[in-house]
Design a protein around this ligand. Sequence first.
Ligand SMILES: NC(=O)c1ccc[n+]([C@@H]2O[C@H](COP(=O)([O-])OP(=O)(O)OC[C@H]3O[C@@H](n4cnc5c(N)ncnc54)[C@H](OP(=O)(O)O)[C@@H]3O)[C@@H](O)[C@H]2O)c1
Length: 331
Amino acid sequence: MNRFRALVAEQNAAGNYDVALKELSNEELPPGGDVVVDIAFSSLNYKDALAVTGRGKIIRKFPMVPGIDLAGTVVESTDSRYKPGDRVIGLAHGLGELHWGGYAERQRVRGDVLVPLPPTLSLEDSMRIGTAGFTAMLCVLALEHTGVIPSDREVVVTGAAGGVGSLAVMLLAKRGFRVAASTGRAELEPYLRELGASSIIAREELAKKGGPLQSEKWAGAIDTVGGQTLATLLAQTVYEGAIAACGMAGGAELNTTVFPLILRNVSLLGVSSIETSMPKRLEAWSRLESDLDREKLASLSRTEPLSKIAELSDEILAGRVRGRIVINVHD
Ligand SMILES: NC(=O)c1ccc[n+]([C@@H]2O[C@H](COP(=O)([O-])OP(=O)(O)OC[C@H]3O[C@@H](n4cnc5c(N)ncnc54)[C@H](OP(=O)(O)O)[C@@H]3O)[C@@H](O)[C@H]2O)c1
């Protein structure tokens, strides 16, 4: 294959950028990478939608192929860790922002952004997980490393019906945690219970402003929402509990006090998937491989063609996507 299809973002005269599907040749692949991958699937994360629609400052170099996730098969490599035929996953590490990413049938990437596909996962499974699921796993590991263990008290997941949230509910439930799923979509209660939630809490309840120290409710939390929701979680987490904060679907500000930290020993754990070290990446993928029920994983995702990326991006930014969207880059 010398010619392949890619979604390309190019600056326009208005100082903005346009995104369109184009046919490229191997010679047009960016220099600097050491592994060429034939991509089978990518995925759609919140950040991808911001990049595709231009509603967030994600792309930092033009022309750019967006897509922060990719999964495929190595076709050429000068990196001793990879050889043709190896199945690999690439997430974050500047893909789709500074380096050409996953919305293409072929890509040249730095070996450092890749990890081997865990043997029992399919390429499609790995993109059902994608950056969203990987981040959910990092959050679970962060809580565990801080000493949050399964008990009668619930761990709350916010933005529970979204990508990170759905995977977080499933991963926590699998490890024996009781999970409260917080959602703005009450109609998705059966879906969240199927993933393992033991109770459902309305989004507005956590978005209400209250005192800095409220009655202790949660053993811990995985927060994808930020803003007032995160402030409420801090106020309601038990002594020695912890909150893994990874998102800002509801706001980036944080107005609170130090009381939960200094009077209740509550830990606020920042989680970023952007530059995760290799040992941590391997630990997270190994746990994802062992902990995820493949049938449930398939049931929380749908596979869509790359040609529909603009409308799918609008859908996720409007908060209408349930679970995960895998992108078939050949369609
Ligand atoms: N730190 C990292 O490395 C990292 C990695 C991946 C994602 N993220 C961040 O995590 C967040 C979630 O990402 P995602 O890919 O899971 O996105 P997503 O699939 O769109 O899920 C976001 C969920 O948040 C809830 N939500 C949406 N708008 C809201 C609002 N205004 N107020 C309160 N809740 C709202 C909705 O859940 P309900 O319908 O259930 O209420 C929505 O499904 C984003 O902010 C993303 O940038 C961070």
